[in-house]
Design a protein around this ligand. Structure first.
Ligand code: NAP
Length: 355
């Protein structure tokens, strides 16, 4: 198969670097261009990206000269890891110029014309991207907030089986979730920060949109009540969440485990290269999952669940862990781009940006 060109915007950041790494040897996509702020323009990507836990960047990517995001882009697919404020104005312009913009930013997630997709859950929401392409040539497609990427994966099969009605979620979020340079070490070591700006409000709305149905009249979202409390903890990668759930029909703990263990998602037939064999893994040991030990399961794409037990207030409670930079960001965007490609949204000649 001839590989399709993709560009990475925000390539020097936490998420962008992961995207660049995931594109090494990708069977469908070829990294063709990288962009960041004017500060980085003209520099070789390898010089700007310090070796992180992935080691040095692969050769071809390291030699790429970084463009400004205001330069011209020719790749049909642009994977965006830009800050929300930049993405807000720029991504619609790029979509109008004919690109498929696959975005990590929250700026357009709640736009009723923009799909918010986790491929294993709601791949059919891609119809909204088709509509955008019909109207303007390109489209924006988004992946969820890094906490939602993990918990929605768990909520979806349980909602299908038992009808989810109420959620109380408390998060323990990793430092890399804050992007570069992240919180000061003086704030983070020996400490927990009990506030993450803008985070708690996003969670309920994003869960409801992902679990909702796209109808002729717009979204039909489930009436799930959700209360979120978010904290930053001194963990490098991996967002951890304690969730307590109430259902229309009270399930036994064993039924919950069986539903989660059996879940494979709605995209198995698409053969997406970044899709893990198991989107959810239930761990039985009472001291698992743990961020350091379990965040990389399924190359960071598997969500791990543990300590599933009866809840004294709701019906069941458990811990959910997902890698914020992979399942919660770069891997999520890659999977969305692969979904679009597999379902024919990118089978067009390369766009030439006219902005
Ligand atoms: P980051 O580490 O701060 O990286 C930001 C990137 O955007 C860098 O490449 C930076 O380039 C570029 N940039 C900054 N200001 C710019 C400007 N004015 N114009 C053009 N480019 C600019 O952030 P991140 O953590 O990777 O997050 C990227 C996006 O993904 C954000 O929208 C974030 O909310 C979202 N997200 C992050 C996570 C996570 O776990 N970190 C998870 C889900 C979603 P320079 O190096 O040139 O400054």
């Amino acid at each position: 198969m001839e590989r399709i060109d993709v560009g990475v915007l925000g390539a020097t950041g936490m998420v962008g670097t992961r995207l660049v790494r995931m594109l090494e040897g990708h069977p469908w996509f070829r990294l063709a261009e990288v962009g960041a702020s004017d500060r980085s323009r003209g520099e070789a990507l390898g010089r700007l990206v310090a070796d992180d836990d992935g080691g040095p960047l692969w050769d071809e990517a390291a030699k790429m000269v970084v463009k400004s995001v205001d330069d011209e882009y020719t790749s049909p697919i642009l994977l965006s890891a830009l800050p929300t404020g930049v993405a807000k104005d720029l991504e619609p312009k790029l979509a109008k110029a004919g690109h498929l913009v696959v975005s990590n930013a929250s700026s357009h997630r709640q736009d009723p014309n923009v799909p918010l997709i986790i491929p294993e859950i709601n791949p059919d929401h891609i119809s909204l991207a088709r509509k955008q392409i019909g109207k303007q040539g390109g489209a924006i497609i988004t992946n969820p907030n890094c906490v939602v990427a993990g918990i929605a994966m768990v909520f979806h099969p349980l909602h299908e089986a038992f009808g989810l009605e109420q959620v109380v979620v408390t998060t323990f979020q990793a430092i890399s979730g804050a992007g570069k340079p992240g919180p000061a070490s003086f704030d983070m070591i020996d400490n927990v920060l009990p506030f993450i700006a803008g985070e708690e409000d996003k969670i309920g709305n994003e869960v409801r949109k992902i679990l909702g149905k796209v109808t002729e009249r717009g979204f039909d979202n489930p009436n799930i009540r959700l209360s979120a409390t978010c904290a930053r903890v001194p963990v490098l990668h991996g967002h951890f969440a304690s969730v307590s759930l109430a259902f229309r029909k009270q399930p036994h703990v064993d039924e919950v485990k069986s539903v989660l263990n059996g879940f494979r998602g709605n995209v198995i037939q698409d053969g997406l290269p970044c899709a893990p064999a198991r989107p959810i893994e239930v761990m039985e040991a009472e001291n698992r999952p743990q961020p350091r030990l379990d965040r990389d399961r399924g190359d960071g794409m598997t969500v791990t669940v543990g300590r599933i037990r009866p809840c004294e207030v709701h019906h069941v409670k458990m811990f959910v862990l997902s890698h914020n930079l992979v399942r919660g960001a770069a891997g999520a965007a890659m999977l969305n781009a692969e979904l679009c490609h597999a379902r024919g949204l990118t089978a067009r000649p390369a766009a030439t940006a006219q902005r």
